[in-house]
Design a protein around this ligand. Sequence first.
Ligand code: PLP
Ligand code: COI
Length: 340
Amino acid sequence: MTKKAEIDWETLGFDYIKTDLRYISYWKDGAWDEGTLTEDNTIHIGEASPCLHYGQECFEGLKAYQTRNGEIQLFRVDQNAKRFKDSCERLLMPTIPEETFIAACIEVVKANEAYLPPYGTGGSLYIRPMMIGIGNSIAVKPATEYLFTVFCMPVGAYFKGGMTPVDFMVSDYDRAACNGTGQQKVGGNYAASLIAHDIAVKKGFADCIYLDPLTHTKIEEVGAANFFGITKDNRFITPISCSILPSITKYSLLYLAENVLGLEVSEEDVFIDELDGFAEAGACGTAAVITPIGGIHYHNRLHVFYSQTEVGPITRKLYDTLTNIQLGDIEAPEGWITKV
Ligand code: PLP
Ligand code: COI
């Protein structure tokens, strides 16, 4: 096994850490080059690159885990490859074949094994694939050249405390629109969300909650994560909307809630003034994993779900099931795990 880097694995958060090698590939004249690993973590591009002016950029986020017996595995990388393709198509960018996307992720993890948090530390290796439109062309039209890169870094909890409840506030800002890019993982959505996040954090909340842009009555997203709630009669509910990111973690939880925990599950409207029906609530995503929601602040009132300090029993069970699969401690549904 590779010698590990000098890192305090237990205190990792979600800050950038430079690792040794990243994958980089260029597209020009209708084709991708061979792609290579490089030590250089800077990108040198033209000043009129469309990604810089018009946001022609998309990205993904997934994790690699070290198992109890020292193996390395990726969680649902094929789903990230598919979503990346969808984002590329939405922004008129060339696509990356699913096999190339997966191979690049595997190559980068292997090359940076020293940075993979050991089993039992609670950490994982976060993998960030991205594509940008480059080449100098200042008119508003698709770029003539593209760069696809995959880097990785060791991470711990995204929200402070990890599996401890945190409070969120409902924002007046919209994150994305239905026929816009709400369902794709593109940089512009995140630029638009920075102000709402900043306001929430300055007010002492972990992040903001977005309501649907059309009626402002239904929960959409919890910062950069999807929402789920457990009703008082034990149903797993998560919002349905044309402007939220289809979270791979959310779809995994829908499956596990139904097939492992035996709950009734549903994607449906979650009205912000009907939170009383929920016994527990949480945010879910690759970075957030499952973060229990203590309370939601809306119209000068904090609606508390299960507790602001304790994790509800179903949220705990979902967390244990999901993370045990990711860490290889229990068998995963077919196709969810890719060995590195
Ligand atoms: N919603 C947004 C806006 C996100 O950025 C993410 C992170 O990827 C998610 C939800 C969760 O998606 P996933 O579970 O695929 O990571
Ligand atoms: C993820 O969960 O992978 C995300 O992309 C969330 C955030 C760090 C942007």
